[in-house]
Design a protein around this ligand. Structure first.
Ligand SMILES: Cc1cc2nc3c(=O)[nH]c(=O)nc-3n(C[C@H](O)[C@H](O)[C@H](O)COP(=O)(O)OP(=O)(O)OC[C@H]3O[C@@H](n4cnc5c(N)ncnc54)[C@H](O)[C@@H]3O)c2cc1C
Length: 458
């Protein structure tokens, strides 16, 4: 089989890439290994993630499906009483700030809906697993070998491969990219489930809106999320350092139940009568960064190259926006541009990395100096922070803003981007150079499972 663009992964990165390509007349093939619907975490969107859906003409579908409308995020301090609120917002082409809304999504529904929509619009979605990258003599990616559900292997040739495989980081594990580094929050572990009976706010808009995201802070690296995903059900998640869980000697279910009332009195009050309707899922070691994630014939999008920390719900936003940003570069490449360059997508790569670095600076300052952070959010850099929380973190969006520059100063950090190989050294608040790379040049090829279980085993 041959195609112009082959997409690995039918999650939001894959489906959004496909829909933006289809708008330009390119009909991609999407490969997804799982049968949908399937459970997935990542349910709260930023304002700009909502805008991506609107640009793709999906607003009616989102409304028809009744996804909860998010007006903002409220972050509670350790006592569960004081809080700060960041509203969802939008910018006009003249850069005028206005209030906005976005959505919370149950991913099993949402991912199925957008994948199906990309097929309706002309993409071909096939089931199976990408198992090997096909490389040309010049090192360019020229397709993948996939395994069908009956075990049959097939080579699919393509001009461009978009790796949208999420945490599985397919091309990084195939060592097509540069090395995959441990990220700043790799020693964290998240426990999450869906519950009924949680007490939510009762307003219809603004700070008290019933479907807002609530974040509960306890202390450094200990926090919880509360995300309404329909009229009855709330997604609850706890995040702690992995060592805390290991020392507890508890099962994941036991730990979730015993730590939930401990993490914050505000969350305790809201979860007195909850009933779990989903098992407790766990993800450890989710923080990483892949270097040189674009190259001849390939671009990694979203989680396929970087994930920092879920606290401010930037994952979907970064993924969906990178999908949109990548498409003009893919079109130019298909038209012959940059074919002789060592990295035809270098400009796109550095652009995305700079945006992610801005997010990382913000998250790091929150963890390092939470009180200063809340003051800056409230008083000194209100508009800039409303932009950042909306996911407007890219160069074309007046970034890095005064706020991000101030954060860097407070973190005693500079960012250098002189050339495509000297950018974005992982420097998060818990970066350890001695264990930075998960593999050395001659070590055995790591698998996804190696990566996911590189610290604890459950
Ligand atoms: C604890 C936690 C909480 C989070 N909370 C939020 C949140 O509230 N808001 C938010 O915006 N983000 C959140 N995120 C991040 C969010 O989940 C991701 O950023 C988002 O799902 C990325 O989309 P994606 O398309 O890149 O990857 P995914 O959604 O993971 O999709 C990748 C797809 O690729 C498929 N695939 C993988 N390998 C292969 C292969 N070899 N062959 C074929 N198919 C393959 C997978 O089956 C999957 O369907 C959270 C993340 C974590 C870890």
């Amino acid at each position: 089989m041959k195609t112009d663009v082959f997409i690995i992964g039918g999650g939001p990165g894959g489906a959004m890439s496909a829909m933006f390509l289809l708008r330009e007349g390119i009909k991609p093939i999407i490969l997804e290994q799982e049968e949908f619907p399937r459970f997935h975490i990542g349910e709260s969107m930023t304002g700009e993630a909502g805008q991506v859906l609107r640009r793709l003409g999906l607003e009616d579908k989102m409304q028809a499906a009744n996804y909860p409308v998010k007006h903002g995020v409220k972050v509670y301090g350790a006592e569960g009483v004081n809080s700060w609120f960041i509203p969802v917002s939008a910018r006009s082409p003249e850069w005028k700030l206005s209030p906005g809304t976005t959505w919370q999504v149950r991913r099993s529904d949402f991912d199925g809906m957008i994948l199906q929509e990309s097929e309706v619009r002309g993409a071909t979605a096939i089931r199976g697993k990408a198992v090997k990258a096909l490389l040309g003599g010049d090192g360019a990616v020229r397709g993948v070998t996939m395994r069908h559900s009956d075990g049959r292997l097939e080579d699919i040739e393509s001009e461009v491969v978009l790796d949208c495989s999420g945490l599985a980081t397919f091309l990084a594990n195939q060592r097509v990219t540069g090395p995959k580094y441990v990220g700043s929050y790799d020693k964290q572990i998240a426990f999450f489930t869906h519950v009924t009976g949680a007490l939510r706010d009762s307003g219809s808009s603004g700070e008290e809106a019933k479907d807002n995201t609530l974040i509960f802070y306890r202390k450094k690296f200990h926090w919880a999320w509360f995300i309404p995903i329909d009229d009855q059900v709330v997604s609850l998640g706890l995040v702690v350092p992995t060592a805390v869980f290991q020392e507890s000697g508890q099962t994941t279910e036991e730990f979730f139940h015993s730590y939930l009332p401990e993490i914050n009195p505000g969350l305790k009050r809201r979860s007195l009568d909850i009933k779990l309707i989903e098992k407790v899922h766990v993800i450890p070691n989710y923080s990483y960064q892949v270097r040189r994630f674009c190259g001849k014939g390939f671009i990694c999008i979203g989680d396929a190259h970087r994930f920092i920390d879920p606290i401010f719900s930037f994952g979907l936003s970064a993924t969906m926006r990178e999908a949109e940003f990548a498409v003009p570069h893919v079109l130019a490449y298909l038209g012959g541009k940059g074919r002789a360059l060592p990295n035809p997508f270098a400009e796109h790569m550095v652009f995305c990395e700079k945006g992610a670095d801005n997010l990382e600076d913000m998250v790091d300052l929150f963890w390092e100096q939470p009180f200063a952070f809340s003051g800056l959010v409230h008083r000194f850099y209100r508009e800039e922070m409303i932009d950042a929380f909306a996911g407007r973190v890219y160069e074309t969006e007046h970034q890095p803003s005064r706020a991000i520059l101030a954060f860097r100063k407070m973190l005693a950090r500079t960012r250098e981007y002189e050339n495509e190989d000297a950018y974005s050294i992982p420097i998060g608040s818990r970066f350890h150079p001695e264990r930075a790379a998960i593999w050395e040049p001659n070590s055995p090829l790591p698998t996804t499972e190696d990566w996911m279980s590189s610290a604890p085993t459950f």
